[in-house]
Structures are given as structure tokens and as C-alpha cells.
Design a binder for this molecule. Structure first.
Ligand code: DC
Length: 670
């Protein structure tokens, strides 16, 4: 997951391949709460692991449910309350999760009344701006005690015991958020032991497909709601939650929209295959496929898969009522940039009360890219953007995962300008690995993948600085010295002395090093050699091996293979001169020999290795001389490298200087 302040997407050319999507947020959070209210244990498969489900799981633990996870990717087992009383008190934090806040509020309000508990429900500041008044009014009709702790109509809320009444139907507005009705539908079975519970919807009901998901899942947990149109819902007396034992969460159809969009855009005829959600999905957002098809995408589907290819290009402009696909429709706003005329998305008033005001956000960010956009209270019109109009812009994401994800599709712009996504980690709400998944499918001409080189002599601090710069940019990191250290280690282990007469044999070894890089560890033939290649002796052997031209040539392909999306920071001796001569920024990091000897000395002492500073300095200077005087790729700054003397700088200062130079080479306007 990208935990960087921004992520720069280089211009992307095409995409192809298969993607398996994470579980649906809507289904995951409903299933968790229903399992928590049921008798028995429910094994939940393919649960979405994200911020929104984490806050729900934490809350369920707090109120006394059993939550056991098998570990990454495994099933989660929820042991429900059944008829048991929940924990008598809890202060529950639900982040920015609308589903969790609305549905848990309703369930806890009823539980507080049935069992005498007291609960507080709160979230992030944005959650305290998202309306909940209609749900609170409905819960008060039911006899629950719900109080506003700050502002009337908004969380945080306090829930305490009231007196249930089911004699008259509970009336709820349906035109602000369908989550209010979902909350009531999930809470009322708790109260309907002896008497029918009836809900009547006032006014039109928006986002009906989400209510459909709620009803289908309620049925899986033993509750058969009787529905008259979309106006009246009856939970029959005697209803009781029962665990289905095991349940599978289908992949998120809203998340699928980005990859359907990708399939519609990509010129690669292989297209995009999406697994985990298909034509038979119970999620309303699956109908995004119809909208994408109207824009020109060619879509095939089966029970648990979709396959999307580009059809019409440019895409065809649309004018669409998006009430049935409120979340996925945001993706249409970005696809509209690639259309043959203005596209209008209508009936999207609910966008204004989501993670952010999404109509305002989509309009502002599309404009930042150069597009003309018009907006109304409940509609948005986006005009296509021709190549000369595109601007390299920093897209603001408003802590809204969907804004971040859908604007990533702007990286396919015909002007081939990069797109900066601010606060990329906001995708963790529903899809923590979104960008990694995108990069696994996307292709860019290798010259468009940015490279930043940091070369310099041994112990200049380049490794530390380069690794930190890579982390701050969310880029891959190549420690090219490690390649020479690995080649030397493999040579020594194979019994070769490092000398010209073994050059061909060592080069052959280097060409097919069985190396794997795994979360910062380096594996050679399956063995973790991260420490073995870091000794002083290994460094000296690496310096020797690096003078052999055939070995250097043998390591080129391995080093080039690190240049992958979204970008690379490479450190070494010849990154800027030989391996990546076209790099966007080259830095040559130096420090005085005295200073480097002192750093190396401190490093060794901290590892508990005794060392003599004068001997270290002599070694360094010998290594400098060998690295600088060898015939091939000697250590020297590229003519266009910027020199940075780190003798008097902290690592942090050196890192900020490099980042500042990097920023200066970017085209972003805002
Ligand atoms: O950066 P380091 O200390 O891990 O490098 C070990 C040796 O490898 C170094 O003395 C010279 C050689 N090397 C090289 O020749 N070219 C590179 N790009 C990186 C390292």
C-alpha cells in the first residue's frame, strides 16, 4: 500500500491481464453485522480487508462478539450474540465508514433498549458532517433513546435504553441515503420476536440496489422480509437471526468499475479479465457494465467473471440517470474525458453526502486536468479533453477512495502527461492494494517510467538516502551494489577466486543469479543472504568483481528489470552514466574520506564489530581508487549529475535536497 504524501502516475499506454478484486465493502460490512447478531459462528470467506471493515470488526469485538481471523487472506470467524446481551458499555469509533456508522447505530440502539446498554458512536470529522438525522428520527419512533452529542442531525451519538414500540409502522425517508433503511432492516429483526415490525419509506427510495443486497443477505441469515414495492417492508413476528455457517463475499462491483474502465480504454486487444464478480452479482454496481457498454466497451461475462475490451474509440458520450449505480458512476465522469462529446450524469444528489461532496470534487479535479465541467444540484456534465488541453495536475482526493481510484484512469491521457494523486493511501478504505493492482496490469514505454539515480563512492550515504527517497516517492528501489555483492558471493561459493582468469565463469554465474527480493530481504537460491553480502569482505570482493567487464555486462539486464511502474530510485556507481543514462535526475553524492570512514566506523561499532578508523579510511580510499580507475564504468559523476556533498548534512537534509531537485523536474502545476 502506498503510504506516501503523493503518488505520481507516469503516462500509461495500455493495460492487459487478469485481476482478482477484493471483496465487496457493502457485502462485507453487512455480513459482519448480521453474523454478529446471529446465533452461532459464521465463517466469512473473502472478506474485504480494508479500513471500513477493520473499524466494523473492532466494534464487534468491543461489544462482545467473537472475532477470529486465520491470517492474511484466510476466513474470519464471527461468533454472534444470538440472544446474549452485548457488552454493557462501549465507545465506538467508526472512522469514515458510512455503512458501519448507520447500521451499527441502528443495531446498538435496539440492543441498548433490549439489554440495557449504553454506547457512543463517533467517527472522523467528515463522518460528523454526514447526515444521520432521518435514521435517528426513525429509531426514536421505535422507542429507542438516541442523543446527539454535538450537532443535531449528525454523529457523534449516544445510545441508551428506551422502550420499544412496534404498534405503528416506522417511517423513514428514502431519498438521502439508502443506508438508513438498511440500518433499520438489519436492526428490527432483533425486536420482532413477538410482533411484526413494519417499515414504511417516505418519498422516493434512492440506491434501491443496495436495499436489494440487504434483503438477500438478511435471507441468508434467516430473516425473510416481506416487501410491498419499495414502500413497505415487514419483518414477520418470530424472526430470529441464524448463522448460515459459512458465507462467501463476492468481489466489489464498485471496485470493478475502475478495471472495466481500464478495459474500455486500453488499446491492447487482450483486454482485462476481472475475477470474483460476474453477471450474476447481487450488487447493483454490476450494472456499471451496461453504462460502460453504452460508452463503447465490449464486455463478456460469466458467473464469476467479466472480460472487457475496447470497442468504440473515442468512447461514446452518454446522458445517463445514475441513481442505480451511485458509486460506480464516478468512474464514468473520468471516462467522459475520452468521449466524443459531453457526457451528463444525472440523479446523483447522494454524491453530495458521501465521503466528500463528490459532485464538487469530481468537477474540481476534472477541471484541474484541463476539462470543462458543468454541475448542478444533482448532475454533472463533463466535456472531453483533446490532447493539447490536458494539464499535468496534482489531483486532490478529499480522503475519498473513489476520487483517487477513478482519477488514476486519467493517466491514459493522449497528451502523455503524468498524473499526481495526492494522499494515495485513502484507497485503503476499500482497496488497499489498488495502485499495485493497476501497475500490474498497466504498461508504459520504458522511457516514460521515471528513474532517479543516486551514484557516489562507498559510505557516502547514497544507499540510505536512495532508499528513503524511494519510500517517499512510492518508487521501486535498486541497490545495484547488492548485485555485485551477490555476484561475488556466488563466485566465492562456487570456488572461484575473483580474478580475470575466472571472468567468463563468474559472468555466467552473474547472468543467471537465482536471486529473489522479498520485502527488503535478498534470497539467493532460497537462502537469505541479506547479512552475508553486507560484510566488509563481501564489499571488497564486490569491488573486485565489479572490475571485470563481462560481469558488469552480465548484470545489466537484472538492473534494468527494476525499472517498473510507477518509477525507480537506483543507487550505485554507474546508474547515471551507464545503466540509466536517460534518467530524469542524477545525483552524485559525496562526502570527505574522513567523514565516510567515521560513518563506517560508527556503523560497525553499532553492530558490535570492532574496527580501526585509520584502517577503514585506507580501505575506503583503496576502494575509491579501484572503482574510479577501472577501465569500464569507472566511478565518476555523469556530466548532467547534480553534486551533493553530504559531509555536513544529516540524512534527512540530503533526502529533502534530492526530493526538492526531483520536484523541480516535475511538470505538475498544482
Ligand atoms: O555500494 P556497495 O558498497 O554495495 O558496492 C559494492 C561494490 O560494487 C563497489 O565497491 C563497487 C561495485 N559497484 C559497481 O561497480 N557499480 C555499481 N553500480 C554498484 C556497485
Amino acid at each position: 500500500m502506498y503510504d506516501t504524501p503523493f503518488l505520481d502516475l507516469p503516462p500509461l499506454a495500455s493495460a492487459a491481464g487478469t485481476v482478482r478484486l477484493p471483496g465487496s465493502k457493502s457485502i462485507s460490512n453487512r455480513v459482519l453485522l448480521l453474523a454478529a447478531l446471529s446465533e452461532g459462528t459464521t465463517e466469512v470467506h473473502d472478506l474485504l480487508a480494508s479500513d471500513d471493515t477493520r473499524v466494523m470488526l473492532d466494534a464487534l469485538r468491543q461489544i462482545g462478539c467473537g472475532v477470529e481471523a486465520d491470517g492474511a487472506g484466510g476466513a474470519v470467524r464471527i461468533t454472534g450474540l444470538g440472544g446474549r446481551a452485548p457488552a454493557p458499555e462501549a465507545d465506538i469509533f467508526l472512522g469514515n465508514s458510512g455503512t458501519s456508522t448507520r447500521t451499527l447505530t441502528a443495531a446498538l440502539a435496539v440492543l441498548a433498549t433490549l439489554h440495557g446498554g449504553r454506547y457512543e458512536v463517533r467517527g472522523v470529522p467528515r463522518m460528523h458532517e454526514r447526515p444521520i438525522g432521518d435514521l435517528v428520527d426513525a429509531l426514536r419512533q421505535l422507542g429507542c433513546r438516541v442523543e446527539y452529542l454535538n450537532t443535531d442531525g449528525y454523529p457523534p451519538l449516544a445510545l441508551s435504553p428506551g422502550t420499544l414500540q412496534l404498534y405503528t409502522p416506522i417511517r423513514i425517508r428514502g431519498d438521502v441515503s439508502s443506508q438508513f433503511l438498511t440500518g433499520l432492516l438489519q436492526a428490527l429483526p432483533l425486536a420482532a420476536a413477538a410482533q411484526d415490525a413494519v417499515i414504511e419509506v417516505e418519498g422516493p427510495l434512492i440506491s434501491q440496489p443496495y436495499i436489494d443486497i440487504t434483503l438477500r443477505l438478511l435471507a441468508r441469515f434467516g430473516i425473510d422480509v416481506q416487501r410491498e414495492g419499495w414502500e413497505r417492508f415487514t419483518i414477520p413476528a418470530g424472526s430470529r437471526y441464524r448463522s448460515p455457517g459459512s458465507i462467501h463475499v463476492e468481489a466489489d462491483a464498485s471496485s470493478a468499475s475502475y478495471f472495466i474502465g481500464l478495459g474500455a480504454i486500453t488499446a491492447d486487444p487482450a483486454g482485462i479479465r476481472i475475477e470474483g464478480v460476474g453477471a450474476d452479482s447481487i450488487q447493483g454496481d454490476i450494472r456499471f457494465t451496461e453504462a460502460a457498454a453504452r460508452m463503447g466497451a465490449q464486455i463478456a461475462s460469466g458467473p464469476n467473471w467479466l472480460h472487457v475490451q475496447r470497442g468504440a474509440w473515442p468512447l461514446k458520450a452518454i446522458d445517463l440517470d445514475c441513481n442505480h449505480i451511485p458509486d460506480a458512476a464516478m468512474t464514468l465522469a473520468v471516462l467522459a474525458l475520452y468521449a466524443d462529446g459531453p457526457s451528463t450524469l444525472r440523479n446523483i444528489a447522494s454524491w453530495r453526502v458521501k465521503e466528500t461532496d463528490r459532485i464538487a470534487a469530481m468537477a474540481a479535479e476534472a477541471r484541474r486536468l484541463g476539462a470543462a465541467v458543468e454541475e448542478g444540484a444533482d448532475w454533472l456534465r463533463v466535456y472531453p479533453l483533446e490532447a493539447p488541453g490536458w494539464r499535468a495536475a496534482a489531483v486532490h482526493t478529499y480522503d475519498d477512495h473513489r476520487v483517487a481510484m477513478c482519477f488514476s484512469l486519467a493517466a491514459f491521457n493522449p497528451a502523455r502527461v503524468p498524473v499526481r494523486i495526492l494522499d494515495p493511501k485513502c484507497v485503503a478504505k476499500t482497496f488497499p492494494d489498488y495502485f499495485e493492482t493497476l501497475f500490474a496490469l498497466a504498461r508504459a514505454p520504458v522511457d516514460d517510467i521515471p528513474v532517479l539515480c543516486i551514484d557516489g563512492p562507498t559510505a557516502s550515504g547514497k544507499g540510505t538516502v536512495a532508499a528513503q527517497v524511494a519510500r517517499r516517492l512510492g518508487y521501486h528501489f535498486l541497490d545495484s551494489g547488492a548485485m555485485y555483492r551477490l555476484a561475488a558471493l556466488a563466485a566465492v561459493r562456487a570456488g572461484h577466486t575473483i580474478a580475470p582468469e575466472h571472468e567468463a565463469a563468474i559472468a555466467a554465474l552473474a547472468r543467471s543469479l537465482p536471486v529473489r527480493f522479498d520485502h527488503g530481504r535478498i534470497l539467493l537460491g532460497g537462502e537469505d543472504v541479506s547479512d552475508a553480502i553486507r560484510t566488509e569482505e563481501a564489499g571488497m570482493n564486490a569491488s573486485r568483481v565489479s572490475t571485470l567487464p563481462a560481469v558488469r555486462a552480465a548484470l545489466v539486464a537484472l538492473q534494468l528489470s527494476f525499472r517498473r511502474l510507477p518509477g525507480l530510485v537506483a543507487d550505485g556507481r554507474d546508474m547515471g552514466t551507464v545503466i540509466f543514462p536517460g534518467a530524469k535526475l542524477k545525483v552524485f553524492l559525496t562526502a570527505s574520506a574522513a567523514c565516510r570512514a567515521d560513518r563506517r566506523h560508527k556503523q560497525l561499532i553499532s553492530k558490535g564489530i570492532s574496527a580501526n578508523i585509520d584502517a577503514l579510511r585506507a580501505d575506503l580510499e583503496a576502494r575509491d581508487a579501484r572503482d574510479s580507475n577501472r577501465a569500464v564504468a569507472p566511478l565518476r559523476p555523469a556530466p548532467d549529475a547534480l553534486l551533493l556533498d553530504s559531509s555536513e548534512l544529516t540524512v534527512e537534509h540530503a533526502v529533502s535536497q534530492v526530493l526538492q531537485w526531483w520536484r523541480g523536474r516535475q511538470p505538475f502545476s498544482s
